[in-house]
Design a protein around this ligand. Structure first.
Ligand code: ADP
Length: 485
């Protein structure tokens, strides 16, 4: 790490000959002429490696491979049980390569190595196993129709699907999308964010080793307006799942409508409130607040909570994401780093007061101190826009917590900290958001659907709901002769 400590050993990892063939690279023998772009290490801004810059032609090749796999291949035709077995093998292989995968996400986006290894990647393999178990439980229903008819429904995989994902949780987002789509029997083209290509490529490599047939899981690395847009507007893609900004979500939906009217599911931005009531356990409030960006605190507990929050972030160590003592790594890249600092400046200009942090730190790299603003007003930019950085805004509130929580165009999630069951349940019913966390924040599991209301999008990831978007329902009706029905 930066201080010269030896923290862990990076295993040498080499593909051996025969692991991949030219066919695994859409361009075959042209592969040396690929256009590439640099992916950088946010600890230093240095280039890690060059990544293939996929464009429309590459998306076309990937879709062609996916179409072939879906229209003529084994994957949608084998039993759900068999698909599930292969998905479990995929999860087992990820477990075996967890160090390399955790390293890639830390190197490329600055996420804490320990979090990757202990939380993000295990939650991803859990998703694979959860949906593997669901693969043989997808079935239609029988219908007692009026008249001399026998009806039933079939649930069929929707076809070739496109997944466009962001950099904030490279591994988790990949499996949010890929796991239910695999279980449903779809073939897919995944475009990771340009800031986080490496683990996605490694997952594609492991998928092949697990026995997922060629063409079922394709990864095209590249930029949004080229590779991403080609997926959204592709005539041979049957559904697109997107996680990212509200602005780009709108473009995806427009492109889908203009091309082949493919259904889309959008998991978009959020400005999720956390509401801390007077009776909250102050330690719990301090614990959950670190993940929140817009915090409403009831007047009676405001001063104590502010002290606790400042203390909590004061103990934070910002630094190398590979160091196990570090609480917060760097921002993903220069652009994001500058954007967060601009928001901090904006907050100051608008009259909010900084009580912790507020500056970049470290000599190199994209590190920013955890920052707490107080005296924040509802209409300030820092209270309204998604910042995607270590910046929280504290606001004092009296009785109007529900209106304030709902005073946003977003509706991704919300948190409530209170010991009062009545308040907790009332808030859960009244807040317009897809997830409500009571005395916790940012709690996920494979069976808990996640996805927003309002301009945070529609369509759920995780849970059995999420398989539905990769399926379509077909009604089959047979006329019965001489039936007494
Ligand atoms: P963030 O603000 O989290 O970076 P974006 O919405 O910009 O979110 O990016 C999320 C994903 O959408 C990334 O994979 C990005 O490359 C892709 N993307 C960006 N612009 C477009 C676009 N015009 N069409 C399709 N995908 C896009």
């Amino acid at each position: 790490d930066a201080c010269g400590k030896e923290l862990f050993e990076i295993k040498e990892f080499q593909l051996s000959e025969g692991d991949l063939s030219d066919d695994d690279f859409g361009h075959g023998s042209d592969k040396c002429n690929w256009k590439t772009f640099a992916t950088t290490d946010p600890r230093s801004g240095e280039v890690i490696t060059m990544v293939a810059e996929g464009e429309k032609d590459d998306v076309d090749l990937a879709v062609k491979a996916a179409r072939e796999a879906f229209d003529h291949g084994q994957w949608p035709r084998m039993s759900g049980f068999q698909r599930g077995q292969i998905m479990i093998k995929f999860a087992d292989l990820i477990d075996q390569h967890i160090e390399e995968l955790a390293t890639l996400d830390s190197l490329e986006v600055g996420k804490l190595f320990s979090h990757n290894k202990l939380a993000d990647i295990p939650s991803a393999t859990r998703m694979l196993r959860y949906f593997a178990g669901a693969a043989d439980k997808i079935h239609g229903e029988t219908l007692k129709m009026g008249g001399p008819f026998h009806g039933y429904t079939l649930k069929e995989p929707i076809g070739v699907v496109g997944h466009i994902i962001p950099w904030n949780f490279p591994t988790v987002m990949f499996f949010f999308k890929v796991s239910p789509a695999l279980a449903a029997g779809c073939a897919m083209v995944v475009k990771p964010a340009e800031q986080s290509s490496l683990s996605a490529l490694y997952y594609a490599f492991l998928a092949k080793q697990a026995g997922i047939p060629d063409g079922v899981l394709n990864v095209v690395t590249g930029f949004g307006p080229t590779a991403g847009a080609a997926i959204a507007s592709h005539m041979d893609i049957n559904q697109v799942s997107f996680t990212g900004s509200t602005e780009v979500g709108r473009l995806i939906m427009e492109a889908a409508a203009r091309s082949n009217l493919k259904p889309v599911s959008l998991e978009l931005g959020g400005k999720s409130p956390l509401i801390i009531f007077d009776d909250a356990d102050i330690n719990m409030a301090g614990e959950v607040c670190v993940a929140a960006s817009r915090i409403y605190v009831q007047e009676g507990i405001y001063d104590d909570f502010m002290k606790k929050a400042v203390e909590t972030v004061g103990d934070w160590i910002v630094g190398d994401p590979f160091d196990p003592h570090v609480h917060q790594g760097p921002q993903v890249d220069k652009e994001q780093f500058e954007k967060v600092l601009r928001y901090i400046e904006h907050g100051k200009r608008e009259g909010a007061t900084i009580v912790a942090g507020g500056k970049p730190c470290g000599e190199n790299g994209y590190y920013i101190e955890p920052t707490i603003f107080v005296d924040v007003k509802e209409d300030m930019v820092i209270a309204k826009e998604e910042i995607f950085g270590p910046v929280m805004s504290l606001m004092k509130t009296m009785e109007e917590a529900i209106e304030k929580a709902n005073n946003t165009r977003y509706g991704l999630a919300a948190g409530v900290v209170t010991k009062n069951l009545d308040i907790a349940n009332r808030m859960a019913r009244s807040i317009h958001a897809g997830s409500i966390w009571i005395n916790c924040y940012f709690a996920f599991d494979s069976d808990c659907p996640f996805g927003g209301f309002k301009m945070s999008g529609f369509g759920k990831d995780l849970g059995m709901h999420s398989i539905e978007k990769y399926l379509q329902v077909k009604s089959v009706v047979t006329r019965l002769h001489d039936s007494p029905w």
